[in-house]
Design a protein around this ligand. Structure first.
Ligand SMILES: Cc1cc2nc3c(=O)[nH]c(=O)nc-3n(C[C@H](O)[C@H](O)[C@H](O)COP(=O)(O)OP(=O)(O)OC[C@H]3O[C@@H](n4cnc5c(N)ncnc54)[C@H](O)[C@@H]3O)c2cc1C
Length: 320
């Protein structure tokens, strides 16, 4: 019915009549466009697919690779992502070809006969039912193919322009982004976000994989952004980073807000200590970096619980 709400039209309802920019689309990148999208990753392709529906807006998407992604790194497709695919009309087809995850089994040596392994635990993948859709395994490259198909069938007949690299950072004009040190690459990502002139910036694990020096530099950068009057929301595994950096901290346990307050308030709240730090660690348990094993466990748990759902204060840094 969604396809035929203006009456039945013979032919493939997924292929829209060409219109606007799709009628006379130049093969080369034009000198001027309304929207230039850099990169055909999931973010770029989702945006491009959406904009491809507006043939009066000249949108082009460029990619420095020579062609389509052949094998992507990601393959775990969360159920809420599949909802997004439904919005573009290809959820059903991708579900058909994907592997569905419905649980996970854990195996250990059999205590009675250690030459054998036995199943010791089975977990349900989505006990709370986050979505009516499924949790899938399908390669990211395949997902991008579906977005590309949607774009090609849209009124604007959009296709990615492969083999084009965007360069615009004057201080690094002679360097390819991929050749920058890891910390600089992460800062470049933040610069890309800043280039959109946002009111609020969301940073998901901005220090993942960074060494202590890079982490300190990232902290300084985020504080500079904060000082420019922008609200910053940070999700981070590194609890020291969060408590040093943030004006307000929102602590989540199993996806629910436990407490929001200053770092001092949150750190000293008994419920936070119980949920994240654990009770009863001894000095003898402390490791070389000064954290007890319970604290180390807490770091990995703390920020895998969910995302904050509260508005960030303007001009502040809020962490979870
Ligand atoms: C090992 C690994 C495993 C992962 N597994 C999962 C998983 O199972 N499930 C999941 O949901 N996520 C997973 N992820 C995360 C997921 O891959 C990313 O979140 C996602 O790819 C980010 O999409 P993006 O569009 O923002 O960026 P990217 O996918 O990085 O795409 C950016 C694109 O921009 C292009 N580009 C960059 N700079 C330029 C330029 N200057 N000019 C032109 N083109 C440019 C790049 O070539 C690239 O194609 C994984 C990531 C890694 C590294």
């Amino acid at each position: 019915m969604q396809f035929h709400h203006h009456g039945y039209v013979s032919g493939d309802p997924r292929v829209s009549p060409a219109a606007g920019t799709g009628l006379d689309r130049p093969a080369e990148l034009p000198d001027e466009v309304d929207v230039l999208i850099v990169g055909t990753g999931p973010a770029g392709m989702t945006l491009a697919a959406q904009l491809s529906q507006f043939p009066d807006v000249t949108t082009r998407i460029i990619e420095r690779r020579d062609g389509r992604l052949v094998i992507g790194q990601a393959d775990g497709i969360q159920a809420r992502s599949v909802e997004t695919f439904q919005a573009f009309g290809f959820a059903g087809r991708i579900i058909d070809e994907a592997y569905r995850i419905c649980g996970m089994n854990f195996w250990s040596p059999d205590p009675a006969d250690r030459d054998k392994i036995i199943r010791t635990e089975r977990t349900v993948d989505d006990p709370t039912g986050i979505s009516e859709f499924l949790h899938l395994i399908v390669n990211q490259a395949r997902v991008l193919d579906y977005f590309a198909e949607f774009m090609a069938n849209s009124p604007s007949r959009m296709t990615p322009d492969y083999g084009l690299e965007f360069v615009g950072l004057s201080t690094m004009a002679d360097h390819l982004a991929r050749n920058l040190p890891y910390g600089d690459q992460r800062r470049l990502e933040i610069a890309r976000a800043m280039a959109t002139d946002p009111k609020l910036i969301l940073l998901d694990e901005p220090t993942a994989g960074m060494n202590p020096q890079e982490t300190r530099q990232a902290e300084e950068l985020i504080l500079r952004i904060r000082d420019s009057g922008l609200a910053v929301v940070v999700i981070e595994h590194d609890m020291r980073f969060i408590f040093n950096l943030c004006d307000r901290v929102l602590c989540l346990v199993r996806g629910r807000a436990l407490i929001e307050g200053t770092p001092q308030q949150v750190q000293s709240d008994p419920r936070v200590i119980e949920a994240y730090i654990g009770t009863g660690p001894t000095d003898a348990d402390a490791t070389a970096d000064g954290l007890t094993p319970a604290q180390q466990r807490a770091e990995s748990v703390a920020l895998s619980e969910g995302e904050p759902d509260l508005p960030a204060p303007r001009g502040g840094v809020k962490g979870a």
